[in-house]
Design a protein around this ligand. Structure first.
Ligand SMILES: Nc1ncnc2c1ncn2[C@@H]1O[C@H](COP(=O)(O)OP(=O)(O)OP(=O)(O)O)[C@@H](O)[C@H]1O
Ligand SMILES: [Mg+2]
Length: 455
């Protein structure tokens, strides 16, 4: 993308000279003779960077700087100061200038400053973009993601949520199975009815039965009063059976019966109760294997697995890492009152390279600690936990079997770009293709709007 730089100076020679120089560097340039004219340009909304003199008629650079800093905080301002006016420069930095440069201008130094300021602006812009996307997704569910895999899951959720079909959610630990269950309930016509969750693994076998189905007073030692079970509490709503792979055969039979006949008895009771409950179950076990071993009932499996939603691990949907990381960063920066806004390219590459065995839960924890550690507005590689930090050297690209050649190419380009911190020249060099070809491929494969790291 081409950046637009505004140069403001009341001396015609200086503004035109700087303008010509910046054009040679490949930027678009606008010129203005004083602060007021300059501000009008900024108000048009197309300026990426302002370079301004301080002492000018109509509106001074200092006043302009204050206006831009408060109304357009993502537009960096570089201030030009004459010799011997250090106080002015200090004052400008205090008012939010990105940096200052003294006249006569050292052009190499200016080039460098401009490049850095624009990099930061680009980063801020992309962060904003990611956050806007997060906000728009949040309206539907708290699941964040943009990978094709997550898009398919969104689509499945939208299709299945309105029905009464039982859903089995599968996937490794920490991939977000519970969030899928939440979304299924929240997007269903039962959304304003009870949503009851049971963590099957957390309860002792004997307790689980009475938790699920309730009990009569005196039905076992400790049953001092009659108690409603979770199936009863979930009537007309949804029951989420988390870690269903952990329940014993006895309870499996009872659950099967509720699914088939919609009725059950409380523990120690004669009376048969009827309920209308939508059942969602989740497991990180391979239930097919459990069936083969005889520890899970096949008939129950088929009753639960009317629809299967499989949530793949993070390492198989790396496209989701940047958006997840950015959302968690925002959350924890707010929680901790820290002005952390993004990741520097090395940290970004490390987050990308790591394999995340603990999936989104691990990513979330990692970002929380990184935000706490961060000493500046960008999280650096040293703020990340050692395991993640070291992954920066782990140079492996994962291309699942069954990928098309086009998909493999996309993944290779994407990961190389990320590992190079978004630097397209280096990426093109590594891939052995020209920059133009790389740009074309990036555009064709939709990587540009996606997750490639900023340049
Ligand atoms: N796509 C996502 N967007 C936002 N947050 C997510 C996403 N996936 C997971 N999380 C967060 O990661 C953490 C783990 O998610 P969750 O508890 O749903 O995982 P799980 O698959 O149920 O894991 P387990 O098998 O260990 O129970 C939670 O804090 C959850 O909010
Ligand atoms: Mg869970």
């Amino acid at each position: 993308m081409k950046f637009n730089i505004l140069v403001i100076d009341d001396e015609k020679n200086i503004r035109e000279g700087l303008g010509e120089y910046l054009k040679l560097d490949g930027y678009d340039v606008c010129l203005a003779a004083d602060g007021r004219e300059g501000l009008q340009e900024v108000e048009r909304g197309e300026i990426d960077l302002v370079i301004t003199d301080l002492r000018m008629p109509a509106m001074s650079g200092g006043e302009l700087l204050k206006q831009v800093a408060s109304r357009y905080p993502s537009v960096p301002v570089i201030v030009l100061t004459g010799h011997g006016t250090v106080e002015d420069a200090v004052e400008a930095m205090r008012s939010g200038a990105y940096d200052f440069i003294t006249k006569p201008v050292n052009l190499d130094h200016l080039s460098l400053l401009v490049k850095r300021a624009l990099e930061r602006r680009e980063l801020a812009r992309r962060n904003e973009e990611l956050l806007r996307e997060v906000e728009s997704q949040k309206r539907v569910s708290s699941i964040i993601g943009r990978s094709p895999a997550i898009q398919r899951i969104f689509e499945l959720i939208r299709r299945v949520a309105p029905t009464k079909a039982s859903v089995l959610i599968t996937g490794e630990s920490g991939v977000g199975k519970e969030l899928v269950a939440d979304a299924l309930h929240n997007l269903s016509p039962r959304a304003d009815k009870p949503f009851i969750k049971v963590h099957c693994a957390a309860l002792a076998e004997s307790l689980l039965e009475s938790e699920l189905f309730g009990h009569e007073k005196g039905s076992f030692t400790g049953a001092q009063a009659r108690k409603k079970g979770r199936f009863e509490l979930a009537n007309e709503g949804t029951l989420f059976l988390d870690e269903i792979g952990e329940i014993n055969q006895n309870v499996q039979i009872k659950i099967l019966r509720v699914l088939q006949e919609k009725s059950f008895e409380r523990v120690g009771a004669e009376e048969t109760l009827e309920v209308d409950v939508r059942v969602i179950a989740a497991t990180n076990r391979d239930l097919k294997e459990e069936i083969a071993m005889g520890t899970f009932r096949e008939d129950l499996y088929y009753r639960l697995n009317v629809v299967n939603i499989h949530v793949p691990p993070i390492r198989e949907r790396k496209d989701d890492i940047p958006i997840l990381a950015q959302a968690f960063l925002r959350e924890f920066a707010d929680d901790n009152g820290k002005a952390v806004v993004g990741f520097d390219p090395k940290a970004r590459a490390a987050l990308y390279g790591y394999s995340w065995p603990g999936n989104v839960r691990e990513l979330r924890n990692c970002i929380e600690s990184a935000v706490v550690m961060a000493g500046s507005s960008l999280i650096g590689i040293d703020d990340l936990p050692p395991g993640v930090r070291n992954s920066a050297d782990e140079s492996v690209v994962r291309i699942p079997l069954g990928s098309s050649l086009a998909e493999a190419e996309r993944v290779l380009i994407r990961d190389t770009l990320a590992a190079q911190g978004g630097n397209k020249s280096r990426t093109a060099e590594i891939l052995g293709i020209g920059r133009k070809t790389l740009y074309q491929k990036i555009q064709d494969s939709g990587l540009e709007a996606g997750n490639a790291s900023p340049e």
